[in-house]
Design a protein around this ligand. Structure first.
Ligand code: CP3
Length: 351
């Protein structure tokens, strides 16, 4: 078992008692940090940054140099899988991700091949290995993937979307075709996450960013079922330790009980749910991660502290809480406010 100097995050995921609540932030390496913007400029663009092992490692470490965080997250993107499937990912400044060749028809989906991470995405596992060496046991490293449904929305729409018109049309008019796409994605995600675990990821998170756009019944059938399949097929132990799995469905507050039965170790919560009620609903089945509205970081220090305290109070004196934002930190946030946030979690959660 490799030595971990700070294992609070893993312990909280396994619902063990701790001296204080661990904390990290979704998108903690990102544009709100001037040093990130400088490294991205050096790489040329975002995808070149993801594909440059040294620079991806460097930006992963940047937030840890500034703040006392309890986890590192691989610097990469969920859209690496569709890119490897040949859809031609590119980013246009201010417009988010786009695909040159979206998948729109049954024939498009039949042609897609399940990815082989070792040959198709070596830059991702190379980054994981280098980051693990660089961390040297300082904190655990999180690997991640998008959920099949979330990846499918980008692949069918060809870009970000407000209403998922094309993806939902496929779901309701040709459900078997959508299932074929989701099945190929689930197999790809299993291979991708297991490759990250073999390369050194100590925790994995599945980002189901758009699961909350589905109806109650469609969520179970088109998103949760595939995440369950993924969880059931992941490597469970590495380095002599359990590898916890976190499921994060944004807008998934209605479905926490079902998510908690998926076999995962923890649920990521967005800011729309009360974390204390969520704890009551899922009992002791899973740990909970979240859930401050990232917009709170736009407010003054006193407000940030008050919001942190109120989430800790709502959660109460139970093990199994990892503090996080309810979604990724946005580029407009002042890095000084992030320090106020992290310090408040440390201060108010100390036993
Ligand atoms: O959390 C981290 O620090 C690790 C890195 C990470 C990124 N993307 C880096 C990134 C992670 C975990 C992701 C996941 C991701 N990517 C998701 C799921 C999480 C979520 O936010 O819901 C999604 C939907 C994507 C797809 C994606 N990638 C979008 C929609 C965008 C554009 C967003 C924007 O704000 O412009 C990206 C680009 C992206 N991924 C950036 C970063 C730091 C910004 C790119 C840049 O530097 O210009």
């Amino acid at each position: 078992m490799s030595e971990l100097k700070n294992d609070r995050f893993i312990k909280a995921l396994l619902r063990q008692p701790l001296d204080r609540t661990p904390v990290w932030m979704m998108r903690q390496a990102g544009r709100y940090l001037p040093e990130y913007r400088a490294t991205r400029a050096q790489a040329g663009d975002f995808m070149s940054l993801c594909k440059n092992t040294e620079l991806a490692c460097e930006v992963t470490m940047q937030p840890l140099e500034r703040y006392e965080l309890d986890a590192a997250i691989l610097f990469s993107d969920i859209l690496t899988i569709p890119d490897a499937m040949g859809l031609g990912l590119y980013f246009e400044e201010g417009e988010g991700p786009k695909f040159r060749k979206p998948v729109r028809t049954e024939a498009d989906i039949e042609k897609l091949e399940v990815i082989n991470t070792a040959s198709d995405l070596p830059y991702v596992t190379d980054a994981v290995s280098m980051i693990r060496r660089e961390l040297n046991g300082r904190v655990p490293l999180i690997g991640f993937s998008g959920s099949p449904w979330t990846l499918a929305t980008y692949m069918v729409e060809g870009q970000s979307s407000r209403d998922f018109a094309r993806a939902k049309t496929m779901l309701y008019t040709q459900p078997e075709v959508m299932h074929q796409l989701l099945e190929k994605l689930a197999l790809s995600v299993i291979d991708y996450l297991n490759a990250q675990i073999r390369a050194g990821a100590q925790v994995v998170q599945i980002f189901d960013t758009w699961g909350g756009a589905l109806s109650h019944a469609a969520y179970q059938e088109f998103s949760l079922a595939y995440m369950e399949k993924i969880v059931a097929n992941l490597i469970t132990h590495a380095d002599g330790r359990e590898v916890p799995v976190i499921l994060f469905t944004k807008g998934g507050g209605h479905w926490l009980e079902a998510m908690a039965d998926s076999g995962c170790h923890a649920l990521g919560l967005d800011w729309t749910v009360d974390i204390g009620s969520a704890r009551g609903r899922v009992g002791n089945k899973v740990a909970l991660q979240g859930n401050m509205d990232p917009a709170v970081l736009r407010a003054d220090p006193a407000t940030i502290e008050r919001e942190v305290a109120s989430i800790l109070t709502s959660y109460g004196d139970n093990p199994g809480h990892i503090f996080n934002l309810g979604h990724g930190i946005t580029p407009d946030i002042d890095p000084a406010n992030v320090k106020v946030f992290i310090d408040a979690v440390h201060k108010f959660s100390a036993n």
